[in-house]
Design a protein around this ligand. Structure first.
Ligand SMILES: Cc1ncc(COP(=O)(O)O)c(C=O)c1O
Length: 402
C-alpha cells in the first residue's frame, strides 16, 4: 500500500456502513427516504424568505479589508446584539470563522501539539473524532449518564480521575456542549463549578459549544452561558448555522474570556491562526447587522416547532404500556428515544429503513453503547414528526409480535 497519504486522513477511505449504503441505494433507485433524524434547517420548512437575505447583495462587498478577527463592524454587531441577552463581550473578544467546526480546528491548533488530547462528552456528536484527528489531536471521553426522568448527569468522578491519571499532561482542554448533542442536556450549576475547578487545577482551557443554547424546551430550565466566564481561559462557540438556521452562509464565532494575561496571549496567537486563513467572506459579515433583525422571528418559529415535536414524541411513545422511553431533553434539536432491544440497534435501523423508508440515526452514531436508541429530529415539520413516529411505534409492535 502506498504511504503517500497522512494517517490522519485515513477515515476518508473508510467503507461506508451498511445503513448508509442502504440509504444511498434507495436514493439512487429513486425510492424516497423519510429522514426522521434530519436537522438541516434549510429543508424542513424553516428556511428564510429570500427577500430577508437581500442585505447579502450590498455594494460594500466590492472591497476587501482583511482583518484576522473578522470585520470590526460585524464583530460590533454581534457584540451589540448579545448585549441584549446580557452576554456582554467587547468586539475585540470575538473571532469570526466560517463554522464552529472551523472554530474547533483553530482552537485545537492554538492549544494542542501533535498527540495532545481534549476531553469531550460521551455520548457526543460524531464530527469530533474527525475534527480532532485532522489536527493530530486525540479525543478522550468523559461520560454523561442518564437517570430517568430527571435527565443526564456528568460523571464528575470519572472526569477528575482521567485528569489525575494524565501524568504526561497531554490533556489540554475540556469541551462542554451546552446543551449537548444528542442528549439535549445543559450543564448543571454544580457541574459547572466542578469543571472550572478542574480546569484551574490542571491549567486547562475550557471550550464551550453553545450553538443550541437558545433552544430550551422549557423556558425555565436551569442554564447558564459560558460566554464571559472569567475563572479560566474560556472559548465559547456559536454561529448562524443553528441560531438562525443558516448553515449555508458559513459564519460562526469564538468568544474569549478568562484571566487577562492568558486572554491577551491567546488573542495574539489566534490572530496568527485566523490571519493565515482569513476564511470568512465579506458579504456575510456586511449583512450581519441586518440579519440579526430576523433572529427573533427564526427563534420563535423554531422553538415552537421543537416544543411541539417533543410533546408529540412523548404523547405517541410514552404511557404505561409503552415499551419506549423518550429521554429527558432540555434543549437543542434532537430527542433521544430508547426502545426495546428486539435485535441489534443497527439491524433495527436497517429494517426500519427498508420496510418503512424511514431513516433514523441509531445511538451508536453518537457513541451510545448500551441498549437501543434512536435520534429523532425536533425540527422536522410537525406532520412528519407525528406520522413517522407513529410508524416507528407500529414497526416495533410488529417486531414484538414476530
Ligand atoms: C453541538 C454542535 N456543534 C457544532 C456543530 C457544527 O456547527 P457548524 O455548522 O457551525 O459547523 C454541530 C452540528 O450539528 C453540533 O451539533
Amino acid at each position: 500500500m502506498s504511504n503517500i497519504f497522512s494517517r490522519r486522513s485515513d477515515a476518508g477511505e473508510a467503507e461506508p456502513n451498511e445503513l448508509s449504503e442502504i440509504r444511498a441505494s434507495r436514493s439512487s433507485s429513486g425510492l424516497p427516504v423519510k429522514d426522521l433524524s434530519n436537522t438541516n434547517p434549510t429543508n424542513v420548512g424553516l428556511d428564510w424568505d429570500s427577500s430577508d437575505l437581500i442585505s447579502l447583495a450590498t455594494k460594500d462587498n466590492i472591497f476587501y479589508y482583511p482583518e484576522p478577527r473578522g470585520l470590526y463592524r460585524a464583530r460590533e454587531a454581534i457584540s451589540d446584539h448579545f448585549a441584549s441577552y446580557k452576554r456582554n463581550m467587547p468586539p475585540d473578544n470575538y473571532f469570526l470563522c466560517a463554522s464552529t467546526s472551523e472554530g474547533y480546528s483553530w482552537l485545537f491548533k492554538l492549544l494542542c501539539d501533535t498527540g495532545d488530547a481534549v476531553l469531550v462528552p460521551k455520548p457526543g456528536y460524531p464530527l469530533f473524532q474527525h475534527l480532532a484527528e485532522l489536527e493530530s489531536v486525540q479525543v478522550l471521553t468523559y461520560k454523561l449518564e442518564y437517570v430517568h426522568p430527571s435527565g443526564w448527569y456528568l460523571n464528575l468522578d470519572e472526569l477528575s480521575f482521567i485528569l489525575s491519571e494524565d501524568h504526561g499532561r497531554r490533556i489540554k482542554a475540556i469541551v462542554v456542549i451546552n446543551p449537548s448533542n444528542p442528549t439535549g442536556s445543559y450543564i448543571r450549576k454544580g457541574e459547572r463549578t466542578a469543571i472550572l475547578d478542574l480546569c484551574e487545577k490542571y491549567d486547562l482551557a475550557l471550550i464551550a459549544d453553545e450553538v443550541f443554547f437558545d433552544f430550551p424546551i422549557d423556558e425555565n430550565v436551569e442554564r447558564k452561558t459560558f460566554v464571559g466566564e472569567d475563572r479560566v481561559l474560556t472559548f465559547a462557540l456559536d454561529g448562524l448555522s443553528k441560531r438562525m438556521g443558516l448553515p449555508q452562509l458559513k459564519l460562526a464565532w469564538i468568544t474569549i474570556s478568562g484571566p487577562s494575561q492568558k486572554v491577551s496571549r491567546a488573542k495574539k496567537r489566534l490572530d496568527l491562526i485566523a490571519d493565515t486563513f482569513l476564511s470568512v467572506n465579506s458579504p456575510i459579515m456586511n449583512a450581519l447587522p441586518f440579519l440579526f433583525e430576523h433572529e427573533t422571528a427564526f427563534l420563535c418559529k423554531s422553538l415552537g416547532r421543537i416544543r411541539q415535536n417533543y410533546a408529540v414524541y412523548l404523547e405517541i411513545l410514552t404511557g404505561k404500556a409503552s415499551p419506549h422511553r423518550v429521554l429527558c431533553c432540555q434543549g437543542g434539536w434532537t430527542a433521544l428515544i430508547e426502545s426495546p432491544s428486539y435485535f441489534e440497534e443497527d439491524k433495527i435501523a436497517q429494517r426500519f429503513l427498508e420496510e418503512k423508508g424511514i431513516f433514523a440515526q441509531p445511538g451508536y452514531f453518537f457513541d451510545i453503547d448500551n441498549g437501543v436508541h434512536f435520534a429523532f429530529s425536533l425540527i422536522i415539520p410537525a406532520i412528519s414528526a407525528c406520522c413517522w413516529c407513529v410508524e416507528y411505534r407500529d414497526f416495533f409492535e410488529v417486531l414484538e409480535n414476530s
